[in-house]
Design a protein around this ligand. Structure first.
Ligand SMILES: O=S(=O)(O)CCCN1CCN(CCO[C@@H]2O[C@H](CO)[C@@H](O)[C@H](O)[C@H]2O)CC1
Length: 490
């Protein structure tokens, strides 16, 4: 049964935070306007025409750099409490370093924050949503240990300029996408593809950078301004392919070596990388004649420095996979995939019809993942910072209405029956935007964007009405049926 349970008659608590999310590269445009320098995404897309499915780029995107007041108006129309957007490092620090602080970059984000506060909407800032300044990538980017200090200096500029008005901070959006797919693969910028080595160096430095920003916030800014800081991790739910103990082991190992790769060092009571990952990479490295493991080692001091560096667990969730242990070598040698040795598929019976081929509709997976996090990370406060559905376009988005209804129903069960400490939920995304390698083909917005119109006209889809209704009433629509997946049948 796909549903996350029967129709919940629970309601969302009064103080439950409903929000909506976006990211700089995907909405702002103005890629080289008013002093902004090139990000690794500008560089990748401009130099690899075939990278984006529709040959498009993010040079203008939804032009939010100029249209942010319309964006805030949409946030108001949805009636949500909080708006999660990201700050572009190369827009604020064009050299990547603090020797040049771009006043027009600071001004843009200051204007956006003031516009939100004017209408009593709480800003949530994602400090890094994949857009490293290219000038820092030229120095090795996240594989260069000095990036830790460069990021902490960048964080300090944000806390100094916006800390009195911003109360929710996310240090990194989906670090695994940056490291595993960007440094260990070609799916994300900088598409370095040094699998087996660079994804581990990237993660090692990124976790130190995250901890450095947390301690700076905690030691210097929290007493001044209050506020909360965390990280947003992306995770699929991992269901065993069969009931065999090996498949159950595979599902558990997947969560430990993907989400846990970042969650164990920060949110577990022991800290450090998950023991399973340490063992697997050590064994493979030895067989491959490396003198030392390809997984860098945290000193005991570093383990303690990184442990506990978050006030909440940010979770980005979309879909579910079926897991089994590989019975032969998988992936490139060396690679994280080969080190872990797991095979993941999706059940062909799961409803999809999404423009994003990986997005299958599996509400029970959301409930089980929230349960898993609650059980394995000491009932940590969870904020779902992204959840949503992609289609090819149109305002009569019945599939997206159904997706949100099913996932919000699963969330209600997770809160009321499973007692997960979920404090907020953000829909991805406020509007259609640049969906990375999918360009403008795959659309996630609650608002449709007409990218051909000069004003990038935004219009509410049916799902905007669904979502604003849930926010206002704190419950699902009366006519919601958890067994109804007809919206996904082609
Ligand atoms: O099975 S495959 O390996 O062939 C492809 C699976 C890739 N998924 C894609 C979604 N991603 C997290 C989503 O990524 C997030 O969600 C949004 C929608 O994508 C993005 O627009 C956001 O910027 C991003 O934060 C996790 C990995």
């Amino acid at each position: 049964d796909l549903a996350g349970g029967p129709k919940s008659n629970g309601t969302f608590p009064k103080d439950f935070l409903f929000g909506v999310s976006t990211a700089a590269v995907q909405i702002e445009g103005a890629w080289n306007v008013d002093g902004k320098s090139e990000s690794i995404w500008d560089y990748l897309i401009h130099n690899n025409q075939s990278f984006v499915r529709d040959g498009s780029n993010a040079d203008v995107a939804a032009d939010s750099y100029h249209l942010y007041k319309r964006d805030v108006e949409m946030v108001r129309e949805l009636g949500v409490d909080i708006y999660r957007f990201s700050i572009s490092w190369p827009r604020v620090l064009p050299t990547g370093r603090t020797n040049v602080i771009n006043p027009k970059g600071i001004q843009y984000y200051s204007n956006l924050i003031d516009e939100l506060l004017k209408y009593n909407i709480t800003p949530m800032v994602t400090m890094y949503h994949w857009d490293l300044p290219q000038k820092l990538q030229d120095l090795g980017g996240w594989t260069n240990g000095h990036i830790v200090d460069y990021y902490i200096d960048y964080a300090n500029v944000l806390f100094q300029n916006f800390g009195s008005r911003v109360k929710y901070w996310v240090t990194f959006n989906e670090p695994m996408q940056t490291c595993l797919e960007g440094y260990g693969g070609t799916y994300r910028a900088p598409a370095l593809n040094r699998h087996g080595v660079a994804e581990y160096l990237c993660t090692h430095n990124l976790l130190k950078a995250h901890a450095g920003a947390y301690h700076l916030f905690n030691d210097t800014y929290r007493s001044l301004n209050g506020g909360k800081i965390g990280m947003s991790l992306d995770s699929n739910w991992a269901e065993p392919k069969t009931n065999s103990s090996r498949d159950k082991e595979a599902a558990d190992l997947y969560l430990k070596t993907h989400m846990g790769w970042y969650a164990h060092p920060v949110y577990s009571s022991e800290g450090n990388y998950p023991p399973e990952l340490i063992r697997l990479v050590n064994e493979k490295s030895r067989k491959q004649n490396y003198t030392r493991s390809r997984l860098p080692v945290f000193s005991e001091a570093e383990v303690q420095y990184i442990k506990g560096t978050a006030d909440f667990f940010g979770l980005n969730h979309y879909t579910t996979y079926l897991l089994s242990m590989a019975d032969k070598e998988v992936g490139a040698i060396p690679s994280h995939e080969n080190d872990v040795g797991i095979v993941r598929i999706q059940d062909s019976s799961w409803p999809s019809r999404s423009s994003s081929s990986w997005l299958k509709v599996v509400p029970f997976g959301f409930r089980r993942l929230l349960n898993y996090i609650t059980k394995n990370y000491n009932n940590v406060p969870i904020i779902v910072t992204e959840n949503g559905y992609a289609d090819f376009s149109g305002v009569a988005d019945h599939a997206r209405v159904s997706y949100y209804s099913h996932y919000l129903n699963a969330l209600l069960h997770s809160i009321h029956e499973d007692h997960a400490n979920v404090q907020g939920y953000f829909a991805w995304s406020l509007m259609d935007n640049f969906e990375w390698d999918d360009g403008y083909v795959s659309r996630f917005g609650l608002y449709l964007v007409d990218f051909d119109s000069p004003n990038k006209t935004r219009s509410p889809k049916y799902s905007a009405k669904l979502y604003s209704g849930v926010v206002a009433t704190r419950r699902l629509p009366e006519n919601y049926d958890p067994e109804d997946f007809t919206a996904f049948s082609s």
